[in-house]
Write a protein that binds this ligand. Structure first.
Ligand code: GUN
Ligand code: ZN
Length: 426
């Protein structure tokens, strides 16, 4: 039976980062018709009611109906050590991250964290994530099994590392290739699940392992590849010392076939002109992780330059280098980081980045991240007056953007009134 959601609706007919806020479409009394897990129609509530008198109606009043949020770069195994104090990237990895990731050799522990992780992200209105796992195949099994159980569209891969990581957290070029290929064959394309080839970053992979990852990716049509790029200055210097022959950081991936359409590069803060040009030419995706970049003290991503340059940019929490599971909080941090670079991102741009922008970065914008006929019905319903502080500010709003912005800046999971995954309550 068809279901009709009624409320304020927000969708996109274009990209507001390049076309301006006019690319967004708001309806004060809109409707979204859902049939068979997909969006069948979007329009004015009264028109849809008349055209579909048999549909079951859920009226969300003044709440805002949007595509669910898409978090394009996370580490689900870092759920339990989020908000760990006082370190920068390399020390943070060694002190907090690697010891925690060691625990994922235990399938029961991996399953428990995967469950907690999806509880947290869905409570925050995030309906798709793209996650790193750990070196353990068990961690990938746990993630995909939980995602499958919940019916979410999800992306993940076995994190590969064969050097500069502790004993117990290293694989080899051959085992990384074999395990990743096996997991790809087991999970890619099962329901809404997608395998992602995942070398962690070039400091923790030998050239032989990067070569094996490049080979695997070339044999994996339709799979994305994810890694980290130029997050901190110390890291960039370390890469230079580990790869003295490379032209730059990106080249450590490029020479092994890891740069191309469908490659996702997390952070990408300190880029040389050649790297800029190559990323653009390759149409690779850059994933902005603003709460992580401030929390670990990495730096200020050049959102203005990237969007004006026409790069494919997604938005992400980078849990647990990032300090929040919330894409609302992440939009707020993106706003603040851009402000520090003298560019005020419009609420339409922020909302687009957290939905269509991330979907486009994952090359799934024809399926998720927007309210449009044919799209998968992954939907979030947002209360725009979820706390007294937000309510009093939103009460003065003169348009939809003034009503939405206080929730972007001050909202959290209390603003999430309902979440639908494939048309069903999450
Ligand atoms: N670079 C390599 N691994 C990681 C990680 O787990 N988190 C972040 N923020 N950066 C990384
Ligand atoms: Zn990361």
């Amino acid at each position: 039976m068809a279901e009709l959601l009624i409320g304020q609706t927000l969708r996109f007919e274009g990209n507001p980062t390049t076309e301006g806020p006019g690319a967004a479409r708001h309806s004060a009394r809109g409707g979204v018709l859902i049939e068979g897990g997909r969006i069948a129609a979007v329009g004015e509530a009264d028109d849809l009611r008349r055209a579909h008198p048999d549909a079951r109606v859920t009226d969300h009043g003044d709440a805002l109906i949007s595509a669910g949020f898409i978090d394009a770069h996370v580490h689900y195994p870092q759920t339990a050590m989020i908000a760990s104090w006082g370190k920068r990237l390399i020390d943070w990895l060694n002190s907090y991250t690697f010891p925690e990731e060691m625990r994922f050799a235990d399938p029961a522990y991996a399953a428990a964290i995967a469950k907690t992780y999806f509880n947290l992200t869905l409570a925050n209105g995030t309906t798709t994530v793209c996650s790193y796992c750990t070196i353990h195949p068990e961690s990938v099994e746990a993630f995909f099994a939980e995602a499958e159980r919940r019916g979410v569209r999800a992306y993940a891969g076995k994190t590969c590392m064969d050097r500069n990581a502790p004993e117990g957290l290293r694989d080899t070029p051959q085992s990384a290739y074999d395990d990743s290929r096996h997991l790809r064959d087991r999970w890619h394309g099962v329901g809404r699940l997608n395998y992602v080839v995942t070398p962690r970053f070039s400091p923790t992979s030998t050239e032989a392992q990067l070569e094996a990852m490049g080979a695997l990716w070339s044999e994996s049509p339709g799979c994305l590849m994810q890694t980290h790029l130029s997050e901190q200055t110390d890291e960039v210097a370390w890469v230079r010392s580990l790869f003295p022959d490379a032209r730059d950081y990106l080249d450590t991936y490029e020479r092994f076939g890891l740069v191309g359409p469908g490659a996702l590069f997390g952070h990408a803060i300190y880029l040389e002109p050649r790297e800029h040009a190559r990323l653009k030419e390759a149409d690779a995706s850059l994933i902005h992780c603003p709460t992580s970049n401030t929390f670990i003290g990495s730096g200020l991503f050049d959102m203005d330059g990237m969007t004006r340059g026409g790069y494919r940019v997604g938005l992400a929490t980078d849990t647990g280098g990032g300090s929040s599971f919330s894409m609302l909080r992440t939009m707020a941090a993106a706003y603040e980081v851009a402000q520090l670079r003298h560019r005020a991102l419009h609420p339409a741009e922020l909302w687009w980045l957290a939905t269509q922008g991330s979907a486009r970065a994952l090359r799934a914008d024809d399926r998720i991240g927007n309210l449009a006929p044919g799209m998968e019905a992954d939907i979030v319903v947002i209360d725009l007056a979820s706390t007294p502080a937000i309510a009093q500010r939103a009460a003065r709003a003169r348009d939809i953007w003034e009503a939405v912005f206080p929730t972007i800046m001050m909202g959290d999971d209390r603003a999430v009134k309902a979440v639908l995954v494939g048309g069903r309550p999450a």
